[in-house]
Design a protein around this ligand. Structure first.
Ligand code: SF4
Ligand code: SF4
Ligand code: SF4
Length: 287
């Protein structure tokens, strides 16, 4: 009797069967919480942050995560310390290689030692020309702070690009602020940009770069395959698919060439005179 009184409340009268069920429920609850935690962590860890770029030749993210055995050999063989292995608690899946272009970009080694070192093919061995790597895609992300967009001559991102004049060009545009000078706007071309990140690293802005390399999925929209582009169709067919167009004069622009609808202030079609009240039916339609 004295023994029974010493037992914690709630356990004194429990039968062995009931105690067993309670213990099983406790273990199962703990396991559920653990797996929920692991699941949440795995979900968070598989979302690659925008600034984290995979090494050259990396398979598509899901395939890469399945193939990469987290051995770190690509990191070891990178001569520029570009690559690092994600540590526990980082937003990048733990143990996988990545780089941050603003810190250390990829130097586009001709022999691609990181790919050669990968034992599983998570970095695709068929990549033998570093110019064909697509680690990400550079985007001139901030037109308000880029010095060239302000009409100054900086061009640093353009000049450091290993694929200069192909991956990035300077496009001349009128400067509406000064009305006298040209702006030379850095413009990236996805056919050639390898995503090496040298432009982002070199951007002269003190904190964030105006040009950033993002994973291609974030940087680029899908192609509008459902649109037929007239100029491509014309080139493929060797002639216009709609034949000769009928040239109809535009009222008030008879003195202009066909299709030229530019008008100066004070020129152009005479606005229709509004119907006087009571002078007939006015449907509201205006030519
Ligand atoms: S190509 Fe060279 S610099 Fe770039 S990640 Fe691979 S080993 Fe490093
Ligand atoms: S990431 Fe920048 S530097 Fe590298 S290829 Fe593309 S535009 Fe050139
Ligand atoms: S280096 Fe930076 S500021 Fe200079 S032109 Fe390029 S993006 Fe603009």
């Amino acid at each position: 009797m004295g023994d029974m009184q010493d037992k914690p409340v709630g356990q004194a009268g429990a039968s062995p069967r009931r105690r067993f069920l309670r213990e099983v429920a406790g273990v199962a609850g703990g396991a559920c919480l653990l797996s929920l935690g692991v699941g949440l962590y795995a979900k968070q860890a598989s979302a690659l942050p925008a600034v984290a770029l995979r090494p050259p030749g990396a398979l598509a993210e899901d395939d890469f995560l399945a193939a990469c055995v987290r051995c770190g050999l690509c990191v070891r063989d990178c001569p520029y310390d570009t690559l690092k292995l994600a540590a526990l608690g980082e937003a990048v899946p733990t143990g996988t290689p990545y780089f941050n272009a603003r810190q250390i970009p990829c130097e586009m080694c001709e022999d691609i030692p990181c790919v050669a070192a990968c034992p599983t093919g998570a970095l695709d061995r068929s990549l033998t020309d570093i110019g064909k790597a697509r680690m990400g895609l550079a985007v001139l992300i901030d037109h308000e702070t880029c010095l060239n967009f302000l009409g100054l001559r900086c061009d640093v991102c353009y000049r450091v690009c290993p694929v200069i004049d192909k991956a990035i060009t300077l496009e001349r545009q009128h400067n509406p602020r000064s009305d006298r000078h040209a702006m030379l706007l850095p413009t990236v071309h996805s056919d050639y940009c390898t995503g090496c990140g040298k432009c982002e690293k070199s951007c002269v802005l003190p904190g964030e770069a105006a040009i950033k390399v993002l994973p291609v999925k974030l940087a680029q929209g899908s192609k509008a395959e459902h649109y037929r582009k007239g100029w491509e169709e014309k080139e493929a067919a060797g002639q216009s698919l709609i034949g000769e167009q009928i040239e109809l004069p535009a009222r008030g622009l008879e003195d202009k060439a066909y299709g030229d609808t530019r008008v100066l202030p004070g020129q152009g079609p005479v606005p229709a005179t509004p119907a006087r009240p009571g002078s007939g039916l006015d449907s509201g339609w205006k030519p």
